[in-house]
Design a protein around this ligand. Sequence first.
Ligand SMILES: Cc1cc2nc3c(=O)[nH]c(=O)nc-3n(C[C@H](O)[C@H](O)[C@H](O)COP(=O)(O)O)c2cc1C
Length: 138
Amino acid sequence: MLHQIIYISTARPSLILSDVEDILRASRRNNERARVTGLLIFDGKRFLQALEGSMEDVEATFSRIAVDPRHRALVRLSGRAVEGREFGDWSMGSHLVGPVTGKGDMVGHVDAMTEGLTDPNMRETLRGFARIRGGAAG
Ligand SMILES: Cc1cc2nc3c(=O)[nH]c(=O)nc-3n(C[C@H](O)[C@H](O)[C@H](O)COP(=O)(O)O)c2cc1C
């Protein structure tokens, strides 16, 4: 059994693109080593991240993330056991959307990305997030 957590957080207002790039660089490096997979969505204001792997590795990673001053107000949306990796094929950071990257259309992006998820609740959680944020971002 693997452990999976999903949380949202709010980026520090002064966060700039190079901060996000730094986060992604560290994430790819550390997560590959710890065999933690997942995704990170950033819309310019809020982060949504899924992390999965062994209980120990996921919690150790999350403990580091939780004290990172580049974001605040972390809320754990979900924490559960999964039989297999749901985000295993996704490289952290391939799903940055919104004003920061100019890639636009978070709603369409998240819809497409979550199509293959086995758990309908998870799919709706992620899609709901995209809709709230997507709407607010106009
Ligand atoms: C929104 C957000 C997501 C992050 N995700 C990860 C992650 O998945 N893995 C990780 O190792 N660090 C992540 N970090 C960075 C950690 O907080 C921390 O800076 C980093 O793990 C330190 O690694 P280093 O000592 O190798 O530089 C994230 C930070 C933020 C703000």
